[in-house]
Design a protein around this ligand. Sequence first.
Ligand SMILES: [Zn+2]
Length: 241
Amino acid sequence: MSGARWAEGKVRLEIPFSIPGVSTVMMLESEGNVNMIECGDGAAGYLYSVFGRKLELYELLSSVIVSHEHLDHAGGLNSVLWLLEVAGRRGDLSVVTPEGSTGAAYKSAKPMIGKLNYKVHFLNSSEKRRVEIGGLVLESFDTRHRDSFPSNRCGNPVASVGYSAEAEGSRIVFSGDTGPVSGLQEKCSSADLAVIESTWEKPVDCDGLHLTVKEAMEYGALAGESIMVHPLRDRQGNIIM
Ligand SMILES: [Zn+2]
């Protein structure tokens, strides 16, 4: 849900907005580290609203971690990279995308790599790949997602992953965009928090695209706590974001 917040010990999660097709941005903070999870449109504006003119804070952003390269999850990367440059950033930044991605994040950032005053490292995530990054132990798991437009709701499959992130003794699962998938069930079990996409109010005839609210709640119930994100409108046309 847009505007959701969660905290446990020294770990804090903020979800300023998560609107399907528009933008999802989340910020995960642990001691001395900030990691951005998903980077849709408006990510730079949100970052500026948090860090403002305290330029030293822009060094705290360790990584931008995206579940897949649809524009609403990765289309804000270019502006984030420029905001860091304008703020005088010098430390390296990691950008984590699923293996095989060549979409929004790759295309917007690739021409700038090597031309900024700080280094950007692209890392690929894939099934059970584990990296230590920005104070997190980050493990990815494969999910099932597709292109989708109003005129062609059930498009081609895209490279997509979810993430399990451990920090300061807490473990948080991010589903990304996905249809039902066993890896999500496995990762939600015993997690402290599950952040689950819950796009559809009712089942939709397209395999491996999104979860219904009911499916999302079932995954969420496996974790200690859950937050539902990415809600679309219901059959009556009510927007429930
Ligand atoms: Zn998507």
